[in-house]
Write a protein that binds this ligand. Structure first.
Ligand code: EPU
Length: 429
């Protein structure tokens, strides 16, 4: 799929029907990395068919693993000896490749991974990954754009307190600790459902971990782990995208394949906006009869409101009755999306990490451009509230996180097409 693809949607539609979500990108990516911790074949199931997963497959291949995708499964055959180096070309395309740092250091005693740098949603530091691994005995340096970590005589247990419950740092330190000598206690860890998922996979591989889903993880190191078969949890962010889509379009959408407890605050916000929510163990239904009411939202680490749903919250605020205050506390660049949403007529004033959004009854269709996965999906959903056809450019970002996005939109009643954007004669793209 080309970088110049666009999605065109016709506004004035009500999302109605049923969609299923498959495995969570942000779980499956890390489960694939966790497979590196055991020699032999691990199988991850319920894996989404998205670009980021294909790229992670490529990362693992370059490290020496055999990777085969079949349906919603990925088989990862890990050799005894890995090549612990991830180059910039791949890390640049898949920031999440940084999650091989912990497992490679644990398995190989040394690792060299390109520093991913910042991206469209923010500066995205690595200091907590680095200082935690250093506490476990790694010698870490940065050279020529790479993070180089060495622990020739192996990692040891440590007491680590994170400054902030970072998802990536929690995962890297956890994957390093499972094979370290002794006990590691990591405090102020992330409690995201994806962290619980990786803990469950590691425990099934033979790791000794307690505290999954709480703020403190205790890991007693073991000598080796066994390969496993493990199913990824459903994608709460894709599910949440449809939930907000239903609320914004006065729709009626049932989403299957996700535990609604992973979306408690998001669904609560939809209810505060006047929507009704029904749910069961692995599904929920959002119905919205009238224009949503304005609702204030602040993003926070789980169980707070997910930053990845910020574009959807701003989208709902843009068409809500009243003024909403939306606060982003995780990433410094997320409001790039809001600037783009203004092209659709949204009334948004940004001050620091706050956005004041004055809702309008309808948006005005226009051509806009996606800067990241969630911004892309958010713009398409906002386009459904437009007065004509909205064209979203750079939709390869959406392909990174949403399998079958266009087909799902169509199933929910949207007139939508995906096409190649006409080449720009001046710049040749
Ligand atoms: N941070 C530091 N230092 C560190 C680590 C993090 O300053 O050592 C900062 C980051 O710069 C950021 C904040 O802490 O401002 C949160 O970062 P975190 O490490 O929690 O996020 P992440 O692991 O980089 C994952 C998801 C993101 C999701 C965030 C927050 C993956 C691959 N990515 O990122 O998902 O937004 O957690 O929940 O799991 C997406 O899927 O579109 C996406 C961006």
């Amino acid at each position: 799929m080309a970088d110049v693809d666009v999605i065109r949607v016709k506004g004035g539609v009500r999302l109605a029907g049923e969609v299923g979500v498959v495995g969570a990108k942000n779980s499956a990516l890390k489960l694939m990395a966790a497979a590196l911790l055991a020699e032999g074949e691990s199988v991850i199931t319920n894996v989404p068919r998205i670009t980021d997963i294909a790229l992670m497959g490529e990362v693992l291949r370059r490290l020496g693993a055999e990777v085969a995708f079949e349906g919603d499964e990925v088989r990862i055959n890990v050799p005894a000896v890995l090549h612990p180096e991830a180059d910039y070309e791949l890390v640049r395309r898949l920031r999440a490749s940084i999650c091989v740092l912990g497992p490679l250091l644990a398995r190989c005693g040394r690792v060299r991974v390109a520093h991913p740098g910042g991206d469209a949603i923010g500066s995205r530091g690595l200091d907590m990954h680095v200082s935690g691994l250093a506490k476990m005995g790694a010698d870490i340096s940065g050279e020529h754009g790479f993070v180089v970590a060495e622990a020739p005589s192996g990692l040891h247990g440590a007491k680590i307190s994170l400054d902030f419950p970072s998802v990536g740092a929690t995962e890297n330190l956890l994957m390093a600790a499972v094979l370290a000598r002794g006990t590691t206690v990591i405090d102020n860890v992330a409690r995201e459902p994806e962290i619980v998922d990786i803990c469950q996979m590691l425990i099934a591989m033979g790791a000794r971990i307690t505290g999954a889903g709480t703020s403190e993880l205790t890991v007693r190191g073991v000598d080796q782990l066994q390969p496993v078969r493990h199913a990824s949890i459903g994608d709460r962010i894709v599910a949440g995208t449809w939930a907000f889509g239903a609320a914004m379009t006065r729709g009626d959408v049932t989403v299957r394949g996700v535990d609604p407890r992973c979306l408690e605050i998001a669904l609560d916000k939809i209810q505060q906006g006047g929507g009704s929510v029904d749910y069961g163990p692995d599904w929920f239904r959002v119905r919205q009869a009238d224009r949503p009411n304005a609702v204030d939202v602040r993003t926070l680490p789980f169980p707070g409101f997910a930053t990845d749903l910020l574009p959807m919250a701003i989208g709902m605020a843009a068409v809500a009755d009243g003024v909403s205050l939306i606060t982003e506390n995780i990433f410094d660049g997320r409001f790039m999306f809001a600037e783009e949403l203004k092209r659709l007529g949204a009334d948004i004033r940004i001050e620091g990490h706050h956005a004041m959004v004055r809702g309008r009854a309808n948006l005005s269709s226009a051509e806009v451009s996606a800067s990241d996965i969630r911004a892309g999906a958010g713009l398409v959903i906002a386009g459904l509230c437009g007065d004509g056809v909205t064209t979203v450019r750079a939709v390869h970002h959406i392909d990174r996180g949403y399998p079958d996005f266009v087909a799902d939109l169509r199933a929910l009643g949207v007139e939508v097409e995906r096409a190649e954007a006409p080449a720009d004669p001046e710049y040749g793209f």
